[in-house]
Design a protein around this ligand. Structure first.
Ligand SMILES: [Zn+2]
Length: 583
């Protein structure tokens, strides 16, 4: 039940590989010093190959300590290895910046368009990445300026983010309700109580959380303001259209597609509001409070062992696609999954793709809840996706944002459908569907409104706004998403200040609703014509990150700039809600 990391490399090979890469950075630097527009395709190709191979070695050096630490967070050796790799990273980034600027035509000897196209065509798998890098020239500054920004970021906004985390980790929460009086030292532990069956406890947990945020609002506001202004300054400096465009560019998504996504999500609020009204009724409440949205319908859950979960997922995948099953089996049989929770193991779950030649690794904290089996399906989906794309060069294996959640969400969806079909107990089905709706709210609607808040917050902070008014602005977005379906305690206006994503990576949150909805739409099409769509889906996964995601989807008949496409994704959610009401 523990993963075998030897397939990355045995621990005792770390030092040797480290020294090898140190030497190779110098070799790459020499390559970079002699690049010129007239160079032959052969020479350019050799440099790219060298760079890709070095990339794999660096990935091995970086992932090994990362994964050791993930299951043993107190491992000092892993921490030391990690900091050594960080140092290596700085050296590499200097060379990479130079090469990047040359590719963009911003470093002597200047690479002209004609020669750029000639050289980029050398290895077709890497062409999209190179072209895109060159297009980025319109947003990049000169070498000196880029270096200054790099360093100022580390010592500036980087520190602001750390500071926010430090303030938060020092918090001690007090959960006090009736006979319960408990001191809680971590936010994650506190937030587990919002799923508690008892309404008083859910309310107490949220109150403990938001009260602390309120007491420290001035600090969070100062930090947020600093981050937002820095982001805005760079947006203008680099000539992006708007603060969110910076993120869109990095995500390979056109502004128009994100606008369409935000618009259609807001247009479909009523489906979630219908769910909340239904839930209020089920819980015997006149109206749902904001504290109650994640309340469980019943306290019993079906327990399942890991062996059963594995079997169930594999048989579900088999019905969907033999290739999916084969790839999932590969990950399981090669012992690339770390299953059980452990004392110093990190929480949550993830899938790590190290390199095309290495089967991906999955970390779980499996306890046998029905949520755990969908998590396993989700992470296996990520692994399956990487394996579909393993014929690519390392730098073009991983899918870009619009497609990154395709396989993971699909695996979850097909498993869910199968579980629902096989379950006879109506109460359990109801509970599962209700959880599914609550999850869909959290990944789609909630994230959508974080983005809408950020757009306004970035605009208002530039103009000048107080912490209290910014909080009021947040409350307004809550009122819009819940309408009359939920009563919101005014304390929730301070909620924005604990959303780490809006501090650490502005406008990141649409990654969730974007990915989720793309998969829902593909799933809806698949259900109508399974034979045709399974082929299309596999083609999409095979493309990895080697092509423009917009183009890949277009070939599948999907236009992410079209409102109608996003609307289609909501069909699946509507079906769930209808079924819930009918049960
Ligand atoms: Zn995922």
């Amino acid at each position: 039940m523990k993963w075998n990391l030897d397939d990355i490399m045995p621990l005792d090979k770390f030092d040797n590989l480290y020294r090898e890469v140190e030497g190779e950075i110098k070799t790459l630097e020499k390559w970079v010093e002699k690049v010129n527009p007239k160079m032959s395709q052969k020479e350019f190709g050799q440099m790219l190959e060298f760079n890709e191979e070095m990339g794999v070695k660096i990935a091995k050096l970086a992932y090994l300590p990362e994964l050791i630490e993930a299951v043993d967070q107190k491992n000092q050796k892993a921490k030391l290895m990690k900091s050594r790799v960080d140092n290596l990273g700085l050296k590499i980034s200097d060379v990479a910046t130079k090469l990047g600027l040359w590719i963009q035509g911003k470093r002597e000897p200047i690479l002209d368009d004609k020669n750029a196209m000639r050289l980029f065509a050398t290895i077709s798998d890497l062409e999209y990445g190179l072209k895109r890098n060159r297009e980025g020239a319109r947003f990049s500054l000169n070498e000196r300026e880029e270096q200054i920004i790099d360093h100022k970021d580390v010592n500036g906004v980087g520190v602001l983010s750390e500071l926010r985390e430090m303030i938060e980790t020092e918090f001690e929460y007090r959960l006090k309700v009736e006979k319960l009086d408990k001191k809680i030292s971590s936010q994650a532990e506190l937030l587990a109580y919002v799923y508690n069956p008892k309404p008083e406890i859910r309310k107490a947990a949220y109150t403990a959380l938001l009260q602390k945020q309120k007491e420290n609002l001035d600090k969070f506001f100062a930090i947020y303001q600093g981050i937002v202004k820095d982001w805005g300054y760079e947006t203008r400096l680099r000539g992006h259209m708007s603060p969110i465009s910076v993120r869109n560019w990095a995500n390979h998504v056109p502004d128009g597609a994100v606008e369409s996504l935000l618009k259609v999500c807001s247009r479909n609020l009523d489906i979630f509001q219908r769910y909340f009204k239904w839930k209020a009724q089920k819980l015997g409440l006149k109206k749902l409070q904001r504290y109650d949205i994640y309340a469980p319908l019943q306290s019993k859950d079906k327990k399942i062992t890991y062996e059963e979960a594995k079997k169930q997922i594999l048989s579900t995948l088999r019905d969907f696609s033999l290739d999916f099953e084969k790839k999932a089996k590969k990950i399981i049989e090669e012992k690339h999954i770390d299953v059980n929770p452990g004392k110093s193991k990190r929480g949550g779950a993830f899938c790590a793709t190290v390199a095309p030649e290495i089967t991906p690794y999955i970390l779980l904290n499996f306890t046998g809840k029905s949520r755990d089996i969908s998590t396993l399906a989700h992470e296996l989906g990520h692994g399956i996706h990487s394996l579909f794309a393993s014929k690519h060069y390392p730098s073009s294996q991983q899918a870009n944002l619009p497609l990154a959640e395709t396989a993971s969400t699909l695996c979850e969806l097909i498993l869910f459908e199968k579980m629902m079909k096989n379950e006879k107990d109506k109460e359990i089905k109801k509970a599962w569907l209700s959880d599914k709706m609550a999850d869909a709210y959290a990944t789609i609607c909630r994230q959508n409104y974080f983005i809408k808040f950020e757009i306004e917050a970035h605009r208002e902070i530039e103009k000048g706004i107080s912490a209290e008014d910014l909080s009021k602005l947040y409350l307004k977005t809550l009122k819009e998403q819940f309408g009359s379906s939920i009563e919101i305690d005014p304390l929730f206006k301070y909620e924005w200040s604990y959303i780490s994503h809006i501090f650490e990576s502005p406008f990141y949150c649409y990654a969730y609703n974007f990915g989720e909805l793309v998969s829902y739409a593909l799933f809806a099409s698949y259900k109508k014509e399974p034979k045709k769509w399974i082929k299309i889906i596999e083609k999409i996964l095979e493309s990895g990150g080697s092509e423009d995601p917009q183009k890949v989807l277009k070939r599948a008949g999907v236009d992410i700039n079209d409102d109608k496409f996003w609307q289609k994704s909501f069909e699946t959610i509507e079906e769930w809600q209808n079924e819930l009401e009918n049960l």
